[in-house]
Ligand binder design. Structure first.
Ligand code: ATP
Length: 503
């Protein structure tokens, strides 16, 4: 729901997880920065994925390819020239694109009107100005806001149904008429419009048009033979990669769910033609297990099998997650046949084949792909973890119940008071633990408030040093989710934390 989503966004900012990019210049639309805690959470998710895919599978290796690729790559992949592809009905896709641009423009105009109203009011009322209150009592602003909500809601629905007629009706209703008709599948064409172009070369005449990659997969396909040969890999084997991808998304207003610069975690699994059904089932199950291993409720996930398939795919499914705004795609699992390798063979004139010693024959492998957005996974984990919990005494605590393995800070060390030698002991504990874990030291405010701060920050353990510590070298360890406190020996801390946070 909308309130929960707003809470997620503001909590992410307040606790140093996600900031809007270039915020002092009023931000850049659909571009975000990861803050001091966010960067740790993101890294931990990436590591958790890498460990499961690369470290735990002896037949999967990693790679890190460049963001820039030879421009012909994007011709082979179908990202460039999509409009002249006979498979695609050009007229309708262009219209569809224009419709989205119109709606996006319209939203932007309304938003800037709201901003102006707010700035005017800020000037007038100075310090007494309360934005929330202003927006909820000022009829004009509410009117604009409602319009945006209607547009976004309708657009979201129409995108799901891939129905251009809906967008048309919507635009007409908004009196920014555009003569559009028909309907068509969105996905085939969008990437053409979505690629960011740039130039390589010193002079205008000799410069070469380049694109920022819209997916990491192509870096894997073009290196398929290099990896296979240098790693002496035997089919079936996989190549995994994590890295930035860029898409000039038209409708991009769902926080880090849909960004213009984002990170993907992809794995291409090369298999013998004819075995794709088994491997599709295998990776479907395997990837779902990975998600469930994080301990988030099973009800948050569902498969969405594609009925309409892209021309290169022979099976596809999404793992959808229950985000605050509903079930949406988190990860895609695609059986891509030999489409990509064949395309690259054709465009490069190089053979990308595998010699199978058992069969004594060469073939172009089929590919099974798993592709997940790191930022989307971040949003899934973060929004699922955020809770306002009512305690027995009726008070409410905000707690970020991140899986311990992913939490940015594993333990906070707190001296009960700032004297009597307690800070020195606490600091020594920190020095010892920091070799193994990201830890935090906090001596400001009453201990109860410090606990709440760490709860909201997602820290699984608080370790409190008090006067008894001076006597017997024990400390209190408090568990974030249960708030249970245990008395333990300082020397056992390392092992206790390891047990909880190791993957
Ligand atoms: P969508 O339908 O939501 O646009 P997609 O089908 O285009 O996604 P893929 O091209 O299959 O997505 O990319 C694989 C994964 O990359 C997606 O499941 C998603 O998690 C992530 N992803 C794609 N586009 C974005 C984006 N603009 N911002 C953040 N993550 C993205």
């Amino acid at each position: 729901n909308e309130d929960q989503f707003k809470k997620v966004i503001s909590h992410a900012k307040e606790y140093g997880y996600v900031f809007q990019s270039s915020e002092i210049y009023d931000g850049l639309s659909a571009v975000y920065d990861y803050a001091q805690n966010g960067v740790e959470l993101k890294k931990n998710i990436r590591d958790y994925w890498w460990k499961a895919m690369v470290q735990m599978n002896e037949n999967i290796v990693g790679i890190d390819t460049a963001i820039f690729m030879h421009p012909t790559t994007w011709k082979a992949s179908g990202h460039v020239d999509a409009f002249s592809d006979p498979l695609i009905d050009n007229k309708d896709s262009k219209k569809r694109y224009r419709a989205d641009v119109l709606v996006e423009d319209y939203c932007a105009k309304i938003e800037s009107k709201i901003d102006k109203e707010i700035k005017k009011a800020e000037k007038r009322f100075g310090d007494a100005f309360n934005k929330e209150e202003f927006v909820s009592t000022n009829g004009r602003v509410v009117g604009y806001q409602e319009k945006i909500n209607v547009i976004l809601k309708r657009l979201g629905q129409s995108l799901e149904r891939e129905d251009l007629a809906d967008v048309k009706a919507l635009i007409e209703e908004l009196e920014i008429a555009d003569p559009m008709t028909g309907s068509r599948n969105w996905t085939d064409v969008k990437q053409f419009n979505l690629m960011f172009g740039t130039k390589l070369g010193a002079s205008a005449e000799s410069a070469m048009d380049l694109y920022l990659r819209p997916e990491t997969a192509q870096g894997i396909f073009v290196n398929f033979l290099n990896v296979q040969k240098s790693g002496r890999m035997k089919i079936p084997f996989g190549i995994a990669q994590t890295g930035k991808a860029f898409r000039n998304e038209i409708v991009a207003r769902q926080f880090i769910f849909r960004m213009r610069e984002f990170e993907q975690m992809e794995m291409q699994f090369f298999i013998k033609p004819g075995t794709q059904k088994e491997w599709f089932e295998y990776w479907k199950e395997n990837r779902m297990k990975w998600h469930l291993s994080l301990g988030m409720d099973q009800d948050n996930y569902r498969f969405h099998d594609h009925e309409k398939l892209a021309h290169y795919a022979d099976a596809a499914t999404d793992i959808e997650f229950k985000f605050p705004f509903g079930f949406k795609e988190l990860e895609g699992i695609h059986s891509r046949t030999d489409f990509d390798l064949k395309q690259h063979e054709e465009f490069s004139g190089k053979k990308l084949q595998y010699f199978d010693h058992e069969d004594n024959a060469s073939y172009t492998p089929y590919v099974l792909e798993t592709s997940i957005g790191l930022d989307r996974m971040f949003l899934a984990v973060f929004s699922n973890a955020l809770e306002d919990e009512t305690l027995e005494d009726g008070s409410v605590r905000t707690v970020l119940k991140l899986p311990a393995v992913l939490a940015p800070i594993k333990a906070a060390i707190l001296p009960l008071v700032k004297k009597d030698g307690l800070p020195e002991i606490a600091k020594q504990i920190m020095e010892d633990l920091k070799w193994d874990f990201n830890v935090d030291y906090d001596e400001k405010d009453a201990v109860g408030r410090r606990y709440r701060r760490q709860d909201a920050n997602g820290t699984p353990f608080c370790i409190t040093v008090d006067h008894d510590t001076l006597e017997d070298n024990t400390v209190t360890i408090r568990h974030r989710d249960t708030m249970e406190q245990q008395r333990v020996k300082i020397e056992d801390l390392n092992e206790i934390i390891h047990k909880e946070v190791d993957a």
